[in-house]
Each structure stands twice: as C-alpha cells, then as structure tokens.
Design a protein around this ligand. Structure first.
Ligand code: SDX
Length: 390
C-alpha cells in the first residue's frame, strides 16, 4: 500500500495473504485444520468429514455428512465425451499432466457452474470436482496400464469407489480390503490442506483473476507436480530403490548428499515452514509398519527409509539446517504396498489436497481481502538507456 517495494531474502516469513482455514507452527510442528489438531482428525475423522470441515468451516452433523456423501456419489459419472479424452494421450503419459488437462477440460463440459460469484454454481463445481477428480485419477492410471475404465459404483463412498476404479476389472467383483481403505483414507486426511504451499498459492493466484474453479485447480495440479513439492513422494521412492539397488550403505548415500554431488538431495527431507519434524510424517511413520505388515509391502525400502532418517537426524549437517522428514518421506512406501505405481503417487497427493484447494479458492473468492494481490518485484535490471542511432 505504501508503494515502497522492499526485498526480504528471508521471504518465507512474509505473509502473502490471511486465511482462516489451516494453521501451521513450523517450529513447534503443529498442524490444525479449522482449529482441529491433525493428530485428532487422523485418529477419529474420515477424509469425507475432513473435506466438509475444510470447505464449510465446521464438522458436519451426521445428517449433513450423509447428505454430502450422497451428493458426491451422485456426481461421480464423467461426461462420455470426456472419457474419450483419455484416448488422446500416449500410453506412457505421466498421469499428472493427464489429470491437470482433464480437470481443466471439466470447464468445457460443465459450463453451467463456472460463475465464481454464483453461490449455487460454486457449490455445484465443488461437488463435481470432489466426485470427478478421483474418477479422472483412476482413469489416468487405467490408461497407463492399458486396462478398461469401469463406471463408478454409487453404492461405494469416494475412497472405496476410487480403489475399485483403480484396481477393479470388468470381469470380476472387486473385493474391497478394509486395511487399504482405512490406510488411504488416513493418507488423504494428512494431505487435505497445508496453508499457503506452492500449489495452494497457485490456485489462489490463478483464482484471483476470477478464473473459474476448474481452471484454478488445474493450475494447482501442475504446481504440485514439481519434484520439490508434491512430486517428492515419487522422487523418494526412486531414491530408496537406487540405494537398495546400489547395495551401498545408507551412510555412503548421506555423504553424497552432504557433498551435494550432482545436486542430489535427501528427497522427503526438509520443508519451507517446518523446521521440526512434520507432524504428518510422524503419523505416517507410526502407521507404516502396521499397514505394510497387513498389506505385505516391501519393508526393505521402509527399513532403508528408517535407517536414512536415523542417520540424518544424528548428523550435524541436517541438524544445522533443521532438515527433518516431511510428509513425502514415508508415504511412497505405503502407496507402493497398496499396489500403486510410482507415477500415481503425486496424483494421490492431488486427490488428498483437493478439498484444501477448493476451500482456499472459495475463501479467496468470498473475501477479496484474502486475495494474493499482484506480486511486486525489486527491479535489478539495466537503468534507462537510449536505442543506438544507426
Ligand atoms: C511438500 O509448503 C508446503 O507445505 C509443502 C508441502 C505441502 O503439504 O503442501 O508440505 C508438501 O512440498 C513437502 C516438501 C517435499 N519436497 C522434498 O522433499 C524435496 C526435498 N526438499 C527440498 O528441496 C527442500 O527441503 C525444500 C524445498 C522442501 C525446502 O527448502 P528450504 O527449507 O527453503 O531450504 P533451502 O532449499 O533454502 O536449503 C537450505 C539448506 C541448503 O543447504 P546450504 O545451501 O545452506 O548448504 O538445506 C539444504 C540446501 O541444500 N537442503 C537439503 C535438503 N533440503 C534443503 N539438503 C539435502 N536434502 C534436502 N532435502
């Protein structure tokens, strides 16, 4: 407002906006959705209930939750022409660009719910996205493995339906594994929102031009794809498998990270805000052993991850830089145990983050004070100079 632009290299501490949705204390390792600690929501809530909480601001009554669930179940079908969309991608397309393209394309099929200032249209887009993004995600997976895309089954809830669409086959009844359903539900809760991270800030910035919800969320999917952000969960598993394949001791790999050989990082470690243990990583680690023992996952990769953590947390290099495991460090081992290919890990992150993106976009549209304005810069280029006369 003063018109004076100052440049703060420690920019991480400057507030881009205000918001009433999620609270993080990076030093204390605290995360709360609408005031509820993540530990309590992880223990007692469901992804559907947390989605409602983030979007509408309060926990739903049982009847409100049932109505919300019902509405979502009734919007899972994709427009038949949108299903044809998947045929246009190469077989080995990464599912993240498929997801962002299809989400953006939703605005061409559902033109009756694009007005950001019409409450009913915003509500309809909210339900359509919550219901259809998991179906698009599942179809991107089926496309990548050349399998048939099933129609959603409305007798199942959002998470159950997603698992059936990913792993079910037309020729047989899909048996839901309650351990898988519960594990995925927990991981989706842990990813549901996280204040003004890269992808959420992208959703807000795109939305600040009054772009519709589908276009804004599609931009968020693209931002999440970056390996320093949501793409890290896929990068962690590649790192663990490289260590496993190399047969080298974990300590050797850590030394290479400290020497910054070829710019390698300890993926899944470090955070722009948490300078303490990411509370989500703590919850994932605590349940990883139990989930893997029930799903029969590759616990050698989990062992490598735990050894990496143990080595790093006692090494001054990481302690000095306040580098701890973040949410991405352990999740990939569990996703793999569930049967997802590595390329789907960031898609699962996007599925979890969707209610947070929607909640933040709605807040920004409803309260212009929370719009991330047009960022300014400190100009460091050439001063005015005349074009040479020739
Ligand atoms: C997510 O913002 C969010 O909330 C994001 C997220 C969400 O829920 O939306 O939490 C999800 O994106 C988690 C982060 C996933 N990314 C990764 O795991 C990729 C690996 N981590 C880093 O690239 C890095 O830690 C960041 C980008 C996440 C955070 O970087 P910082 O805290 O700004 O630190 P920095 O890049 O300024 O580095 C500070 C120092 C540097 O060393 P020096 O130059 O001082 O010698 O720490 C080093 C860095 O080289 N460093 C690492 C490291 N992360 C930082 N060294 C090795 N391994 C790492 N992972």
């Amino acid at each position: 407002k003063t018109g004076v632009v100052t440049y703060d290299p420690g920019f991480v501490n400057t507030a881009a906006t205000k918001s009433a949705i999620t609270y993080i204390d990076g030093d204390a390792g605290i995360l709360r959705y609408r005031g509820y600690p993540i530990e309590e929501l992880a223990q007692h809530s469901s992804f559907l209930e947390v989605s409602y909480l983030l979007i509408y601001g309060n926990l739903p009554s049982p009847s409100e939750l049932t109505a919300f669930d019902e509405k979502i179940r009734r919007h899972t079908l994709l427009h038949e022409d949108l299903k044809g969309f998947f045929g246009g991608f190469p077989r080995d397309a990464h599912p993240m660009p498929v997801l962002s393209s299809a989400v953006s394309a939703l605005s061409t099929f559902y033109q009756d719910s694009l007005d950001p200032f019409d409450k009913d249209q915003v509500e309809l887009s909210t339900i359509r996205l919550l219901a259809k993004l998991p179906v698009i995600a599942a179809y991107a997976h089926k496309k990548s493995i050349g399998q048939a895309m099933l129609y959603p089954d409305n007798s199942m809830n959002l998470v159950e339906n997603f698992l059936r669409l990913c792993f079910g086959l037309p020729a047989e009844q899909y048996e839901l594994d309650p351990v898988m359903v519960k594990a995925l539900d927990l991981l989706l809760i842990l990813h549901a929102d996280h204040e003004q991270n890269c992808s959420t800030s992208t959703v807000r910035l795109v939305g600040s031009s009054n772009a519709n919800m589908f276009a804004s969320i599609s931009a968020g999917v693209n931002a999440l794809f970056g390996p320093l952000h949501g793409g890290a969960n896929e990068a962690v598993l590649n790192m663990l498998r490289q260590i496993q394949a190399s047969g080298e001791p974990v300590e050797k790999f850590v030394e290479r990270v400290k020497n910054k050989e070829a710019g390698i990082k300890l993926m899944g470690f470090g955070h722009r805000v948490y300078k303490n243990y990411d509370p989500r990583a703590k919850i994932v680690k605590a349940t990883a052993n139990e989930i893997l023992s029930r799903l029969g996952g590759n616990d050698e990769l989990l062992d490598i991850a735990m050894k990496l953590e143990e080595t790093a947390l006692t090494d001054q290099y990481f302690v000095d830089r306040r580098l701890y495991p973040n949410v991405d460090f352990y999740t990939g081992v569990i996703y793999k145990a569930m049967g997802f290919p590595e390329k789907m890990f960031t898609v699962l992150f996007a599925m979890g983050r969707l209610p947070g993106w929607i909640a933040q976009w709605r807040e920004m549209i409803q309260d212009p004070e929370t719009k991330i304005g047009r960022p300014r810069q400190l100009y460091t280029g050439a001063q005015e100079r005349a074009y040479p006369s020739r």
